[in-house]
Design a protein around this ligand. Structure first.
Ligand code: TPP
Length: 543
């Protein structure tokens, strides 16, 4: 068969259902071979969109998301989304065409050394320089992407290799079982927990990847220990759970930081340092830390691990809980109550533009608990992380390691493909929206009814917030926007403009019930940003 046919069979063998991408001249054979498979190709409008779609698909499913581009500019356009997946530890396999091997050694049209370009943003980067190695390279790319800590792989496929003949078959798929936690470390962790005065748990996205959220909640409940979660771990413990303390990661003091201030022991579970630097929650460096993860801890001066329990996270939690003494845990109640009070405070607000807290209240009210929000990056992400309640993991997707703007619209498209029966909302700033809004056409063409909720402030809001905090004035952050309702209309989508705060719940309801793409232009009152900074600056921890 053709090498390209073997390649797509290998992809099918890995369980690939979708490939997001843009065809090019150097992958004509692969595109042709795909026609004879069960794989659905989602043609996008910018390769960055394809990479973000694969990234979010990888986060939401137990499979790696797959994206494809041509060589040179197509491949470099993939880079941001691939880096995002790799840093946020989402499983992704990126594929790019390449010029024939007869012209890779010299200056040549559109040729870049792609395997080298992708090396720093992947765990594995390889070129299919011989047709015989296709089964090994594809298997390795998927195995590496799916093995903790998950991340991205890159495969380059030169066009002359793709058209060669080859007789070979895909390799059997198997993933290694995670190691069991060493009994000695489990016992040491249990002693530390049992003798601590005020332990706290910091749960990270590794809990989501390991699908260990049930064991985490049981651990917290049995031992009565409060749980703070990182942004990407929202929902690993249901917010309604009495042990849930909320999200940690706002780079400022917050109620949840009061929990860290009081703690003498921090139990980090599936915590990725890339999300929330330890100096922000552990400036004093004097607390004991237990590291529970399927990978050893990163070395960091503010992350001095007393006991590292490396192995299957769920099993580690179960075994440590069985040996540890429960705590009283009542001291978190005032922290939770203050946070909940704040969440409820603006539920009936009618001021216009709409306050961030009110947008979040209305959105949470309009959505079912299993519906999925894909959040972009900006001030709105900070508000969402802090105030959007999640009862289930993977219901509020955030880019928080690489923290790249532009993920929300393509991410929502991938989420709708992964979960067609759920409502999917892209929550985005006006700037992040415009970075990948061309994918509205992809959603329309594929009949994927997502809702896009734009927090409109005609500014790079988060940067404005930081500039005002630091210097008391703003520098080059303001811009104009197109008319988003007309913009929606031009795509054949449905546009809404919120003109009075009271309209938002009804608009959300109508958009969620609609069978087309809905774009909601919601003016946001970001004067609340500065108010929040002031409020948190003078925060006195409740007792
Ligand atoms: C691709 C990319 N470019 C720049 C940044 C830096 N950055 C972070 S937030 C932000 C502003 C986001 O503005 P907007 O999308 O309107 O959201 P808002 O902050 O107003 O809620 C910028 C420029 C980034 N994180 N990612």
């Amino acid at each position: 068969m053709r090498a390209a046919d073997l390649f797509v069979r290998c992809l099918e063998n890995e369980g690939v259902k979708y490939i997001f991408g843009i065809p090019g001249e150097e992958n004509l054979d692969v595109m042709d071979a795909l026609l004879d498979t069960s794989i659905r190709f989602i043609t996008v409008r910018h390769e960055q969109g394809a990479a973000f779609m694969a990234d979010v698909f990888g986060r939401l499913t137990e499979h790696a998301g797959v994206c494809l581009a041509t060589l040179g500019p197509g491949a470099t356009n993939l880079l941001t989304g691939v880096a995002d997946a790799n840093m946020d530890h989402a499983s992704l396999v990126a594929i790019a065409g390449q010029a024939g091997t007869t012209r890779l050694h010299k200056e040549s049209h559109q040729v870049l050394d792609l395997t080298r370009i992708f090396e720093p943003v992947t765990k594995y980067s390889a070129s299919l320089l011989e047709p015989d190695i296709i089964p090994e390279v594809v298997r390795k790319a998927f195995k590496v992407a799916l093995t903790p800590k998950q991340g991205a792989s890159f495969i380059e496929f030169p066009e002359n290799i793709a058209e060669m003949d080859i007789a070979a078959a895909p390799l059997p798929v198997s993933q290694p079982l995670e190691a069991e936690p060493p009994a000695e470390k489990v016992e040491q962790a249990a002693v530390l927990i049992s003798t601590a005065q005020n332990p706290i748990i910091l749960a990270g996205n590794g809990v989501v990847r390991a699908r260990a959220w049930r064991q985490l909640s049981e651990f917290a409940e049995r031992l009565n220990i409060p749980v703070a979660n990182t942004f990407m771990a929202k929902g690993v413990i249901p917010f309604r759970h009495p042990c849930a303390l909320g999200s940690a990661g706002l780079q400022a003091n917050d109620y949840v930081s009061c929990g860290f201030d009081r703690a003498d022991l921090v139990i980090c579970v599936g915590y990725d340092l890339v999300e929330y630097h330890p100096y922000l929650w552990h400036p004093s460096r004097d607390r004991s830390i237990i590291h529970i993860d399927n990978a050893p801890a990163e070395v960091d001066a503010h992350y001095p691990v007393r006991v590292g329990v490396t192995g299957n996270i769920g099993h580690s939690l179960q075994r440590i809980a069985a040996l540890s003494r429960p705590h009283e845990g009542a001291h978190i109640r005032p922290l939770r109550e203050r946070l909940v009070e704040e969440m409820n405070q603006h539920r009936d607000d009618t001021d216009f533009p709409v306050k961030p807290q009110k947008i979040i209240w209305d959105l949470r009210t309009a959505l079912d608990l299993e519906d999925i929000v894909v959040c972009d990056v900006g001030a709105h992400k900070m508000w969402m992380a802090r105030m959007f309640r999640c009862e289930y993991p993977n219901t509020c997707i955030m880019s928080n390691g690489f923290a790249s703007m532009g993920i929300a619209v393509p991410g929502a498209i991938a989420a709708k493909l992964a979960f067609p029966e759920r409502n999917i909302v892209a929550v985005t700033g006006d700037a992040g929206f415009m970075m990948n809004s061309q994918e509205i056409e992809t959603a329309m063409r594929n009949r994927l009814p997502i809702v896009i909720l734009i927090w409109n402030d005609s500014s790079y809001g988060l940067i404005e917030w930081k500039q005002v905090n630091r210097f008391g004035r703003i520098s080059n952050v303001r811009f104009g926007n197109p008319d988003f309702v007309k913009y929606a209309d031009a795509f054949g989508a449905r546009g809404y403009r919120v003109q009075r705060t009271e309209e938002l719940p009804g608009i959300l309801q109508e958009a969620l019930a609609s069978d087309t793409v809905s774009i909601i232009d919601c003016p946001v009152d970001y004067r609340e940003n500065i108010k929040l900074t002031e409020q948190l600056g003078s925060l006195v921890c409740p007792t």
